[in-house]
Design a protein around this ligand. Sequence first.
Ligand SMILES: Cc1ncc(COP(=O)(O)O)c(C=O)c1O
Length: 283
Amino acid sequence: MAVYQQVLTDDGFVKQEQLHFPFEERGLQFGDGIYEVIRIYNGHYYLLTEHIDRLYRSAKAIRLHLPFRKQDLCKQLLELLEVNHVRTDAKLYLQATRGSAPRDHAFPNAAINFYAYIEDLPRPTENLLQGVETITTPDVRWQHCHIKSLNLLPNVLAKQEAIDHGCFEAIFHNNGKVTECSSSNIYIVKKGIIFTHPETNQILHGCVRSKVKQFATSLSIPFVEKRFLLEDLSRADEVFLSSSTSEIMPVIKIDGYKVATGQPGALTKKLQHAYEQDAGIRD
Ligand SMILES: Cc1ncc(COP(=O)(O)O)c(C=O)c1O
């Protein structure tokens, strides 16, 4: 997958190969930073403002000062698309860390390290159509999952566990209460009602999750933000995930068992359609 040449940094635009960080870097040594992944369709950001708002919320939560205004950052991110002549489906990755400094747990007196780059990313059309298989696994993460922090080791291990089982995603649960997935939010449909975990500190407040709520409301589908259990998952009529890279993804198997008939459900398909319209996706 191609990474575009020009990278946005706290020092302006630089070429990918010119970007180097010292080994005493807070992101590398402590995971002391935050990040965002923003979807790009046909060379245009989808939900840019929502992601940048969350970036600033994450920064505040870890007491990281971002030395630029939101509107200036958005302007520069738009310029990043331009300087790279991006016309494809892609993603933007950006991260900000507490800078480079001699290793010490306490906050350093250092400038932040910031970079943002774009990489091609085709839509996962086959999976969106067929649905994906998943596993369940205990949620061993910290108590601040609403912060999009660089500390992703439990998420990495869970995703790898899913892949080792030939699956796409791992569904987290806390003593049987389902929270979210390693890199997406999760929903069940029961008797025409969508259930998903409330926006607490136990999940990431997904930008696509907010959209799912909006689509459900405009389609008159009841959307209930309430914890549900592993048992509810296995008895659901439909299960789906959401994230910027997975969009609205049907789940057809959990731990080797079919969800209902083992086919993507009707409500999930309606939401997928609403997503495509909202994101201006053309075939
Ligand atoms: C743990 C977790 N939950 C949920 C999401 C979905 O967030 P979004 O819809 O903003 O992409 C992600 C995205 O990467 C994630 O890492």
